[in-house]
Ligand binder design. Structure first.
Ligand SMILES: O=P(O)(O)OC[C@H]1O[C@H](OP(=O)(O)OP(=O)(O)O)[C@H](O)[C@@H]1O
Ligand code: HPA
Ligand SMILES: [Mg+2]
Length: 179
């Protein structure tokens, strides 16, 4: 385990199992449809590639780069789109793929934006959700795990751009960000 990690919340095996369950559910729900998988980078990168491989049926890949946390453990409340989707979303069935929903601010901006652009449907898949921290209500269609209010890293999630490559999800030691 990494020295900056206090505890492991989900092991690699637990994540793998849950991602497969979500993929099976999504495959059933979207049977016969061509899904536009909209990944919100950078955090979603690991979940995106694993989830995409567990979905049966046609999908297309697209990505947005958004960021609101920067080098903080709290949201700035301002969502910056650093890279937009390449696709025309008119009439498309979009599945937004996120690593975590915390305050809900990021998705409360993105989902209406895609609907305004003429998407036929926009659903949300997130690996993690922290319901106790919500500032804005966002309906989550596919949720891997509900977690308590702790700052987590690994499997794509960062603190100050670090720890994204840890294969598990762990709780960061407070002394790492409280100094
Ligand atoms: O519900 P919210 O409070 O809006 O938080 C969730 C967002 O915060 C993180 O992104 P971040 O800004 O850290 O960018 P990153 O994915 O590049 O790390 C995470 O990947 C989500 O996109
Ligand atoms: O707990 C978290 N960890 C990493 N990034 C995040 N963005 C929102 N919440 C978190
Ligand atoms: Mg981040």
């Amino acid at each position: 385990m990494h020295n900056d990690v206090k505890t492991i919340m989900f092991t690699e095996a637990q994540i793998k199992q849950r991602v497969q369950e979500l993929g099976a559910q999504i495959s059933r729900d979207y049977a016969g449809k061509n899904i536009l998988l909209c990944g919100i980078l950078k955090g979603a990168v690991m979940f995106y590639t694993d989830l995409a491989r567990s979905i049966d049926g046609p999908v297309e890949f697209d990505f947005m780069v958004c960021s609101s946390y920067g080098s903080s453990t709290t949201s700035s409340g301002f969502v910056k789109i650093r890279k937009d989707l390449d696709s025309d979303v008119q009439g498309r069935d979009i599945l937004i793929i996120e690593d975590i929903i915390d305050t809900g601010v990021t998705l409360s901006k993105l989902k209406p934006l895609l609907l305004e652009r003429g998407a036929n449907s926009v659903k949300i898949a997130t690996l993690l959700s922290k319901p106790s921290r919500r500032k804005v209500d966002v309906p989550v269609d596919y949720n891997g795990f509900e977690i308590p209010d702790a700052f987590v890293v690994g499997y794509g999630l960062d603190y100050n751009s670090r720890y994204r490559n840890l294969p598990y999800i762990g709780v960061l030691k407070e002394e790492v960000y409280n100094h």
